[in-house]
Design a protein around this ligand. Structure first.
Ligand code: GKR
Ligand code: MG
Length: 427
């Protein structure tokens, strides 16, 4: 089989005004859709991060992708290594860096695996060693937020909405409002664990939110809080004492491997990260220092699905737990995340997903459905989803109209709070 065409399409979809330590989500989230077309007329697809730098990296390797055999992924990876121009490197204010190469190769790899699966009539998880579970549990992802559902509605609300649709657009800037949001999300999707995006309100209010969530949902629903490194070491220690016994894990309260390691020495709650360890290059120091007990993998920046299976084995070897990170995404990413989680025995935590926050879709048949908080592993060939070309066109035009070319939560936050700055630590 030979790849005869390669398409890269930037898209934008409505995203609610969610808050995180970085600021505020813009009315549209950006993603990129990659397609590889084979000489026998099949198309493999994948979804990755958005923004012009990501697209530029993907387009720069077009000539290295077209003409290749999609089965020869090791050779493709070897060829691309060093050829991706690195325009999409994201140097973050914390120490982890998201690199162009694993993201670019990962997006192409997933599209090739979808293509191979379609050619063989087998689901992608079978290409990763087969499934160890038929359903993948996900966690409710709770956000403090402003009123509105994003997209063309911006900050406006639809008064006719009810259930999760109403909760999705409701303002939630207090502990009580977060509990209402959690109840609506759990009722709609059946999630059995809860993750609170922290680093937004003063720590005492966020810890009060955790306590109220525990009171509302009871001790059998695991809770996590993720302040995205907005707390200092002392703040993280102080509030860990209050959170003792309440958390399944404490995700990135403080910035950097050294601080996380120092925190680990002083508290007994397991620490997790998708910030201080975001690549294979970060692993030796993370393990040597003992920075975390759990790594949140993400195939979008760890180099694809096969690399993520390797990460899982490394975690098992070193006695680390494995969970899964997410960003705002649509169904192609969700399907890839589900196939991956199905194939990893030691992925024992419910995975993160932003999916309930999005109302638009790019796959035929509309949104994938959670059953009791889990997604059944798709059984069709490849990723088990088909690109909806009308939706692709619409979301691409929306991208052009949005005027956005990268995610900038700080700029968005300044529209409602002039002078606001993203600071690490904030508290
Ligand atoms: O969507 O604002 C957000 C999240 O804060 C996201 O950017 C993070 O990458 O979900 C992520 C996390 O777990 O840190
Ligand atoms: Mg996180």
């Amino acid at each position: 089989m030979k790849i005869v065409d390669y398409r890269v399409t930037p898209i934008a979809f409505g995203d609610p005004p969610l808050r995180a330590a970085f600021g505020l989500h813009a009315p549209y989230a950006l993603r990129t859709i990659v397609e590889v077309v084979s000489d026998d007329g099949l198309t493999g697809v994948s979804e990755t991060h958005g923004g012009s730098a990501v697209v530029a990296d993907l387009l720069a390797v077009r000539d290295l992708v077209v003409g290749r055999d999609p089965f020869q992924l090791a050779a493709l990876e070897h060829t691309l290594y060093g050829s991706v121009p690195q325009t999409g490197n994201v140097a973050t204010p914390w120490e982890g860096k998201l690199h162009s190469f694993p993201r670019t190769f990962g997006a192409i790899e997933v599209a090739c695996l979808d293509l191979i699966g379609k050619a063989l009539g087998r689901p992608v998880c079978d290409l990763l060693g087969g499934r160890v579970r038929d359903r993948v549990p996900f966690s409710a992802y709770l956000f403090y937020k402003h009123a509105g559902a994003g997209g063309e509605w911006g900050f406006e609300c639809d008064p006719a909405a009810h259930g999760w649709a109403a909760a999705r657009q409701a303002e939630a800037l207090s502990a009580e409002a977060l509990v209402e949001q959690a109840q609506a999300m759990v009722t709609a999707f059946g999630f059995k664990s809860l993750k609170l995006k922290g680093g937004v309100l003063p720590p005492e209010e966020e810890v009060r939110t955790v306590r109220l969530l525990r009171a509302a949902f009871g001790p059998d629903v695991p809770l996590r809080i993720d302040p995205n490194a907005a707390w200092s070491l002392e703040t993280s220690v102080r509030w860990a004492n209050e959170l003792e016994g309440l958390l399944e894990y404490y995700e990135d309260p403080v910035a950097g491997k050294e601080n996380m390691a120092a925190l680990a020495q002083r508290i007994s709650i397991p620490l997790a990260t998708n910030m201080c360890c975001v690549s294979f290059a970060d692993l030796p120091a993370t393990i040597r220092l003992g920075s975390v007990q759990i790594i949140l993998g993400d195939h979008h920046f760890w180099g694809g699905l096969r690399a993520s299976v390797e990460l899982a084995r490394i975690c098992r070897t070193w006695g680390l737990g494995l969970s899964m990170h997410s960003n705002s995404h649509l169904g192609i990413s969700l399907s890839a995340m589900t196939h991956l989680a199905a194939a990893i025995p030691n992925l024992t935590y419910a995975c993160d997903t932003h999916y309930p926050w999005q109302s638009e879709e790019i796959i035929v048949g509309g949104k994938l459905e959670f059953v009791d908080g889990a997604l059944p592993v798709p059984t069709g060939p490849g990723l088990g989803v088909e690109l909806d070309r009308t939706a692709l066109q619409h979301l691409h035009e929306q991208h052009l109209r949005s005027g956005l070319d990268y995610r900038d939560d700080e700029r968005e936050m300044q529209k409602i709070e002039p002078g606001w700055r993203y600071r690490v630590p904030q508290w």
